[in-house]
Design a protein around this ligand. Sequence first.
Ligand SMILES: Nc1ncnc2c1ncn2[C@@H]1O[C@H](COP(=O)(O)OP(=O)(O)OP(=O)(O)O)[C@@H](O)[C@H]1O
Length: 342
Amino acid sequence: MIRIENLHKTYRAADGREVRALADIDLEIGSGEVFGIIGRSGAGKSTLIRTLNLLERPTSGRVLIDGDDVTRLDREALYALRRRVGMIFQHFNLLDAKTVAQNIDWPLKATGHGNAAARTARVAELLALVGLSEHGHRYPAQLSGGQKQRVGIARALANRPRLLLCDEATSALDPETTQSILKLLLDINRQLGLTIVLITHEMQVIRTICDRVAVIDGGRIVESGRVVDVFLHPRHPVTRSMVAQSDPLAAASLDPAHAYMGERLRGTLVRLTYLGDVTYQPILSRIMAASPVQITILQGEVSSIKDVPFGQLLLELEGSEDDVRQVFAELDRYRIHHEVLQ
Ligand SMILES: Nc1ncnc2c1ncn2[C@@H]1O[C@H](COP(=O)(O)OP(=O)(O)OP(=O)(O)O)[C@@H](O)[C@H]1O
């Protein structure tokens, strides 16, 4: 659906200095995917997402959406593209002087969508989709942040886009409202088969709804892959620090010196990670039954990222070198990844 090839963006700042915001970006995003772009402040996230609908024009490189190079579209084609690409924003960007229903109607009116009755019916459908059927007559100032973002989503979907861009869409919301907006986005992705590209600085957002993620730093993609793989085995220091901030267990195992150094540890400190069906099998108890090695669980998490179950455990193993090696061989046999931390 989206192909980004060798994309570069350089801004010229007010003092004439050149600021390189993006360099060597190559990305492919499939139809129906929820794709996250994460990075620290100033990494280039906003610039990158805004090149997808040409709110920002790249300095060089190509952005193909459904095979069309958006950097080469004429005015009319660009206008048509923006109808196929919806966008929501951190601060909602609603029209304060218009009601909720008028805000949602606005893109329909602008694109000459049907007559007034057809538009009213479409607005009602969109209000129901985002759970605001009772609120069409209200003004944005009378809504909570979460409700405002729901209006933003309804407005972005009005012209039935195939792609939705989310620019820090939950950054202004509290954690509970964030979860409800992410759930709505996921429902919409599933119901409508809509492709979603989002930018965020929060790993928790990525974990909750994304299939794949790219980590951007200094304008370059430094790591990318399936969310569950990047989350369990972050390689780049920026990714490691973002994962650690989002999850206490990851923090401890990525930097075990913090949590487990000291006299308390008698054996070998090991981190296990595993995915898929193996998550729900009693493998550890089988290994324990067959081995003299003493296994202490220090910390653990069994959860899922999207539909992929995973587990990660911090264990202390006490036993002879040979017996511990035997435990590692058994873990390998069950495709449980192990890392000796200390
Ligand atoms: N219009 C502009 N003129 C000059 N420099 C810019 C402009 N817009 C962005 N930049 C610079 O480009 C770099 C990338 O900015 P961008 O806003 O894309 O990052 P970001 O990851 O979205 O950051 P944040 O999370 O803080 O919004 C930064 O160094 C920023 O200062």
